[in-house]
Every structure is written in C-alpha cells, then in structure tokens.
Write a protein that binds this ligand. Structure first.
Ligand SMILES: NC(=O)c1ccc[n+]([C@@H]2O[C@H](COP(=O)([O-])OP(=O)(O)OC[C@H]3O[C@@H](n4cnc5c(N)ncnc54)[C@H](OP(=O)(O)O)[C@@H]3O)[C@@H](O)[C@H]2O)c1
Length: 310
C-alpha cells in the first residue's frame, strides 16, 4: 500500500501534540482527484481543534487543516474536467485535511489556482476568504453604498473582508491594532479604529452591518452602533444579547463557513484581476506546523500564516 507523510495529533493539547506520521496515501474515487499538496494554511479552527474544541476523542488520531493549494497527481476514472498536472486550490470538507502530502477531493470541489499567485499565497485564501464572502454577502446582505464595521480587519478573514466590502462599493470601517493601521489603509479601509486606545462606539454610528471576527464584549458593544434594522454577523457563534438586538430592531446571525467552489472561483478572478491582494505574514515548513500554530495563536496575526509542502 502506498504511504505518505502527514502531521497528525493523537491527543488534544498544546502545539507539541502535532507529530509527523506515515499514513496510507488516499486513492481517488471515480469522481475524485488526488492532489499533491504544495501548501496549506493555518486557521484558528486548526488550533481550536488541536486543543480539544470542536472534536471528539473518537476522531483521534487526526490530520488538521482545511485549506490547500496543489497539483493534480491522478484523476478518478469518471473525471473529465481535470488533467494530471493541473494546479488547483480548495477549502476541504470537514472529512478531508491538508497538513499532509496528498489529499483526495471531489473533482467538482477543486478550483483552478489563481495564476497570478504562487501555491503558498493560494493556500492562504479558501477558508478565510469564503468566511469573509459568506459573512458579508450571504449572511449580511451587504449592498453598494452601505456602511460596514469589520472587527479584526487585519487578520486572516478580516483582510479579505475589508477588500471584498470595498470592491462591492461599501463604506468600510475596520478595527485593529495601531501596528496594523497602515496595512488596513492599504487594503482600502475608509476609517480605522485602534481598538486598544479608542472605543469604536465613540467613532461610528448608524452602521448597516457589523461583521464581528472577535466576539465577547466587542460583539456585545456592537449593537449600539447599528442603525435600526441593521445586522450583526459573527463568526464566533450566534450573538446572544437578544434584548439589545430587539431594542435596536436589529438582527444577529452566527454561521459556519462552507466550501463553495463557485464563490472561490469568483474570488480567484478578483485576485487575478488585481482587485484583491493576499497577504501572507509567515510561511513555515509543514513539519513545523506546531510552531506555525503557536505563531497564529499567541502572536499578533496580520493576514495569513501558511505551511509549505511536506
Ligand atoms: N464561523 C466560522 O466558520 C469561522 C470561519 C473562520 C474564522 N472563524 C473565527 O473567526 C475569528 C477570526 O479568524 P481569523 O482567521 O481572521 O483570525 P486571525 O487571523 O487570528 O485574526 C484575528 C485578528 O483580530 C485582531 N484582534 C484581536 N483582538 C481584537 C479586538 N478586540 N478588536 C479588533 N481586532 C482584534 C488580531 O490582531 P491583534 O491581536 O494584533 O490586534 C488579528 O489581526 C477566529 O476566532 C476564528 O476561529 C470562524
């Protein structure tokens, strides 16, 4: 049986539970492609799963990682749209994982890699960019001319959200650290609020949409800046303060990002057209996934953290 290397966890805990293992190499089903992974990205969900959230002990040992960019190594017998050697990227479904040499995915879930960026930048895109897209447009219904407040605008999801909202013709206010002010301005934010020294309630009001990537008291304080009938969309679970929402006649929504090849292809077009920039702060060899996760978890993230091929 063919084997491959993968970074797996055998127990939940700190970054050092991630280890290099030899595991069976997957075989593509008839409607699948086998992809040689050239890069993966690190998302907060990876370290949350590693530390025991969102996963059960019965699932161990498990490989982590939902984003990959790579090259098709083999096509299943019914696959017609792809050929060996094609460069693709994808957000993987929850049953597949990217901290590995190879992965199989449904041929219809693969998307041509943007041509203007390398695999390491392409791998940084799928989960974070789809989260931004689905949060702003599918959940938040953001329209041209509306005002959106994005909490955490300089991070993995936020840096895409700022650019998508601008490209859609919205007015964008973003919160972030002072160190990220220039970065946020370059991404196109109209107004930037340093969350460590300023209260966003003092700077904005009558916002159509709050896109919350932080949760907790940031989310709770956000109702006050919404216009009547406005919407608060959060990646950190359904907003809880029902009475504050009602008082504002506002609605609150939580959601989980879903793979979506059509949306990812649209995002790839924006990247190749030069309308959206992918910012990778750090690239680690995949063998050093523990260090990469510790970086994202403990240090201040700007844009994305990526793993190069095993
Ligand atoms: N529901 C879903 O499907 C889904 C999908 C993707 C992500 N998420 C969640 O969404 C969150 C964001 O994800 P991400 O990938 O963007 O994370 P990330 O790359 O770690 O970015 C978070 C950003 O927020 C900044 N920040 C921290 N505290 C802040 C505050 N109080 N106000 C404003 N900015 C602040 C951080 O920088 P500084 O510390 O330097 O300020 C960093 O730039 C995570 O909790 C993640 O698990 C959920």
């Amino acid at each position: 049986m063919a084997t491959m290397h993968a970074m797996r966890i055998h127990s939940f805990g700190g970054p050092d539970v991630i280890q290099l293992d030899e595991v069976p190499r997957p075989e593509p089903e008839r409607d699948e492609v086998l992809v040689r992974i050239k890069a993966a990205s690190v998302n907060p969900v990876d370290y949350k799963i590693r530390s025991g959230q969102f996963a059960k002990a019965e699932q161990l040992p498990m490989v982590l990682g939902q984003d990959m960019s790579g090259t098709i190594a083999r096509c299943g017998t019914q696959v017609q749209d792809w050929e060996t050697g094609d460069d693709v990227f994808a957000m993987l479904p929850s049953s597949r994982h990217a901290y590995a040499e190879y992965v199989t995915i449904k041929a219809s879930d693969a998307v041509p890699k943007p041509q203007s960026i390398d695999h390491e930048h392409a791998a940084a895109v799928p989960l974070a960019a789809l989260t931004a897209w689905q949060g702003l447009f599918d959940q938040g219904g953001l329209q041209r001319g509306q005002h959106v407040l994005i909490h955490g605008g300089a991070g993995g999801v936020g840096h895409f959200a700022v650019q998508f909202a601008k490209a859609a013709g919205a007015k964008v206010t973003a919160t972030g650290s002072n160190a990220d002010k220039e970065f946020l301005r370059e991404l196109g934010a109209d107004q930037i609020i340093d969350y460590k020294t300023e209260r966003f309630e003092d700077r904005v009001r009558d916002v159509d949409l709050v896109f919350d990537l932080i949760g907790g008291e940031t989310q709770d304080r956000s109702w006050a800046v919404l216009k009547p009938g406005g919407t608060l969309v959060s990646t950190l679970g359904p907003p809880s303060s029902k009475d504050k929402a009602q008082a504002r006649k506002a609605s609150g929504k939580g959601y989980g990002v879903q793979p979506n090849a059509r949306q990812l292809a649209e995002i790839a077009r924006l990247i190749d057209d030069g309308k959206v920039r992918v910012y990778v702060q750090a690239v680690y060899p995949m063998r050093n996934a523990a260090e990469a996760q510790a970086h994202l978890e403990r240090e201040h993230a700007r844009g994305k953290t990526v793993l190069s091929a095993l």
